[in-house]
Write a protein that binds this ligand. Structure first.
Ligand SMILES: Nc1ncnc2c1ncn2[C@@H]1O[C@H](COP(=O)(O)OP(=O)(O)OP(=O)(O)O)[C@@H](O)[C@H]1O
Ligand SMILES: [Mg+2]
Length: 276
């Protein structure tokens, strides 16, 4: 940990004006000579939900990790409220952007402290409210000492449970921008429901960028962007994209044909069927 270089702080921080997020001509690669993102242009209007879809390895997680500045673009820029992230004080950035990623790390601390990580003064009632919304409250009550249970010492949590803790944490933070990497690996029904509830509750209130693996998440979005090999190859509303019969339609057919055959995610979800 000590060897990891910390984020360079701007010498003269600039305050973002609002919460509009914009990626302008963003290129990024982990290793020199191998680009993972190739010229991404994307605007997230305040209060909208944008879903990112695409094959494994297309760069979805890399893309969304640029928002909390896990990496800086090698070319182009990510702007928040019109200001390049590199010019925003880290404090301001993390007050604005909250995130739930595939690889959730919890601390060896109480469940309550884990949820209140970014808001240490939060009351238990607020923690419980976030946990309920994240669909993890009932599970927490079954732990040896409830919200006081120390994770990793008195109890272990599954990947899906850990992700729901992370969702509760992000909800409590109240940051206007939320980045969510919906994990396929932990796609248990409880976590799916948590994600569904988060989108339903926060839609219109927060600016959400979600990596979607399920049709239902795509259907809940205002805009869908399809990523392939580090580029956006198609974008549009969830209702219009399938009808266009382009990259999205092809991807979705191959992605979901097996699930659909098994009576899986309903195609009707794309037509706004919220009957579930
Ligand atoms: N930390 C890393 N170091 C080097 N290469 C990486 C790293 N993380 C991801 N990559 C590479 O970057 C590319 C994009 O990976 P990324 O994780 O963004 O894809 P993804 O679209 O999120 O895939 P998935 O749907 O499987 O989660 C892949 O080729 C991957 O091997
Ligand atoms: Mg990923």
């Amino acid at each position: 940990m000590l060897a990891v270089p910390s984020l360079p702080e701007p010498a003269h921080p600039v305050a973002p004006q609002g919460h509009r997020v914009e990626l302008r001509g963003v290129h990024f690669g982990y290793d020199p000579g191998r680009e993972v993102l190739r010229g991404i242009d994307l605007v997230l209007e305040p209060g909208t939900v944008t879903a990112v879809v695409g094959p494994s390895g297309s760069g979805k997680s890399t893309l969304v990790q640029l928002l909390p500045r896990f990496f800086d673009p090698t070319r182009g820029s990510v702007l928040l409220g019109g200001v390049d992230l590199r010019e925003i004080a880290t404090r301001d950035l993390y007050r604005t952007v909250s995130f739930v990623f595939q690889d959730v790390r919890l601390l060896r601390a109480s469940v309550a402290d884990n949820i209140a990580l970014a808001v240490p003064h939060a009351g238990l009632d607020e923690v419980v409210r976030a946990a309920r919304l994240a669909n993890i409250h009932d599970r927490i009550l079954k732990l040896p000492r409830g919200y006081d249970t120390v994770i990793g010492q008195e109890a272990g949590l599954s990947g899906g449970e850990a992700q729901r803790i992370a969702i509760a944490r992000a909800l409590l933070t109240d940051a206007p921008v939320l980045v969510l990497d919906e994990a396929t690996a932990f796609a248990d029904p409880h976590t799916e429901q948590a994600v569904r509830r988060v989108l339903a509750t926060l839609k219109g209130e927060r600016t959400i960028l979600v990596i979607a693996h399920r049709l239902e998440t795509v259907a809940a979005a205002d805009t869908v962007v399809m990523l392939e090999n580090g580029s956006i190859v198609e974008r549009g509303g969830p209702a219009e994209l399938p009808a266009r019969n382009g990259r999205f339609a092809a991807f979705w057919r191959s992605h979901w044909s097996a699930a659909a055959d098994a009576g899986g995610p309903a195609g009707g979800a794309l037509r706004g069927d919220e009957s579930r």
